[in-house]
Design a protein around this ligand. Structure first.
Ligand code: FES
Ligand code: FE2
Length: 466
């Protein structure tokens, strides 16, 4: 018997049994900012998604031509290029860009190609005081202006004023650098939508990378990112979390066309199992010795919940470890797993204990392969110098996330997610129907594909189709 769907509901209106995220926030008894109280879902239809979008070369080519060429995409962290001349190479499909700090507070993005015969000017991240082509030595200044052409006498037809390196647009938010190849792109601030407001108590620019790990995934970039976009898979893929994770009662929000949110709460038993007592939940959550207060008994006081005990301990622990004052933050802000998505591929988490960021993109032009980047962003201490960011660690395809110890306890969970990906990619090729989605729990996938479809349907140079 399925208790979760009651008769008479419109598609998309059904919800899991168990308390909702908002009811749990009510029970926490503190008063988070308004955006944590927003509940923003819309039924977007229930038709299958076509499979070709995940497996066909034609669809990949359309994505490159019509979507990636027109969207704001996260290219790097500012902290990766702290000094003038520091640069990062950002590749997407066939395209390559140099992101360079060309002044104390100026960052530019250039197409990574020599204007003589096309050689890539930069093959890897690094630091330079000019861009000198390794083939014949044509050289540009950091601001992109042409500096030198060897044997200039042979190029009387080259107008130096017109031979600056072509730039693409740059946007900066939260310590991230975004680029956009479209000269008519939507202003970056508009593109960010609700994000600056929703992250105002979690300033990402005041954080630094304690992990920066990259891995090639044996699947389409959308298959990879969709393994991290819903909590529906927790019951099967991460069953160990169920005693203390509200998985099926996760809240999903859709904000405008480009942004969505997943809101999963710890300290609540999964609706898939009989509820544990508050004491039992607390006992599981408080296992780390770091969370124990000297002299405190494990028994909850009357009226105390597992969440209230845990948030007190976590607040103390985080304040000690990072020298931060978290006293003004509410339970949900400190405790909950709130994952945002910004179209097409950027996932910043609002999560104090596991401050993750994901980025997914195609690996070259292979629809069966993708690049996943995972970062952890911990707070910069209030005093003392800004710590150096963790160097980029690139895992070989045969390596596991568990070989990146800087990812801490999350790597084993990632392995549970990753193990399904090649099976999804292969199995999809046998599907004679499309991909079927849940109306609520998989609404963020549909929301993402709705906008992707609009880009893919719009020929270059035309306004985005409705
Ligand atoms: S290709 Fe760059 S200097 Fe010739
Ligand atoms: Fe997962």
């Amino acid at each position: 018997m399925n208790k979760q769907v009651k008769g008479g509901l419109k598609p998309g209106d059904a919800r899991s049994v168990g308390p909702s995220v908002q009811q749990i926030i009510d029970r926490d008894g503190d008063n988070p900012p308004a955006w944590f109280r927003e509940n923003s879902y819309e039924f977007l239809g229930d038709g299958d998604l076509t499979v070709d979008r995940y497996i066909s070369q034609e669809y990949h080519d359309l994505e490159m031509e019509r979507m990636w060429s027109r969207v704001w995409q996260m290219a790097c962290r500012e902290e990766e290029i702290p000094e003038v001349g520091d640069n990062v190479v950002y590749d997407i499909g066939d395209w390559s860009f140099i992101i360079v700090r060309d002044g104390a507070d100026s960052i530019k993005a250039f197409k990574n190609a020599c204007l003589h015969r096309g050689t890539q000017l930069r093959a890897e991240d690094g630091s330079v005081n000019q861009f000198r082509c390794p083939f014949h030595g044509w050289t540009w200044n950091l601001d992109g202006s042409l500096k030198e052409i060897p044997c200039k006498w042979d190029f009387p037809h080259v107008d130096e004023e017109k031979f600056s390196l072509p730039q693409v647009k740059v946007g900066r938010w939260g310590g991230f650098v975004f680029i956009n190849m479209d000269k008519d792109a939507m202003p970056f601030e508009e593109w960010l939508g609700v994000l600056p407001r929703h992250f105002s108590t979690f300033p990402l620019e005041r954080r630094y990378m304690t992990a920066n790990v990259r891995r090639i995934m044996p699947c389409n970039w959308k298959v990879a990112q969709e393994a991290f976009i819903e909590s529906y898979h927790v019951v099967e893929a991460h069953a160990q979390a169920m005693p203390v994770t509200g998985d099926a009662n996760t809240q999903y929000d859709l904000f405008g066309d480009r942004i969505s949110r997943l809101y999963t709460q710890p300290g609540v038993t999964s609706p898939h199992m009989a509820p544990l007592s508050e004491q039992d939940i607390a006992n599981i959550m408080m296992q780390s010795p770091r969370l124990k207060k000297p002299g405190e008994t494990d028994a909850l006081a009357p009226g105390e919940t597992a969440r209230s005990r845990y948030v007190g301990a976590l607040r103390r622990d985080l304040e000690e470890r990072f020298g931060a004052d978290l006293s003004s933050l509410t339970t949900t802000e400190i405790l909950d797993n709130i994952e945002y998505f910004l179209f097409p591929n950027f996932f910043p988490w609002f999560n104090f204990s596991l401050p993750l960021v994901y980025r997914f993109r195609p690996n070259g032009n292979d629809p069966d392969s993708s690049i996943m980047d995972v970062m952890l962003l911990h707070p910069v201490p209030d005093e003392g110098p800004r710590p150096d960011p963790a160097p980029l660690k690139i895992l070989r395809p045969d390596q596991s996330f568990t070989e990146a110890p800087e990812l801490d306890q999350i790597s084993a969970i990632f392995e549970q997610d990753v193990s399904n990906m090649p099976r999804v990619q292969k199995g999809m090729k046998m599907l004679e129907k499309g991909v079927t989605l849940g109306n609520y729990q998989e609404s963020r996938l549909r929301h993402m594909h709705r906008l992707l479809d609009r880009y893919v349907a719009t020929p270059p140079g035309e306004p985005l189709r409705p």
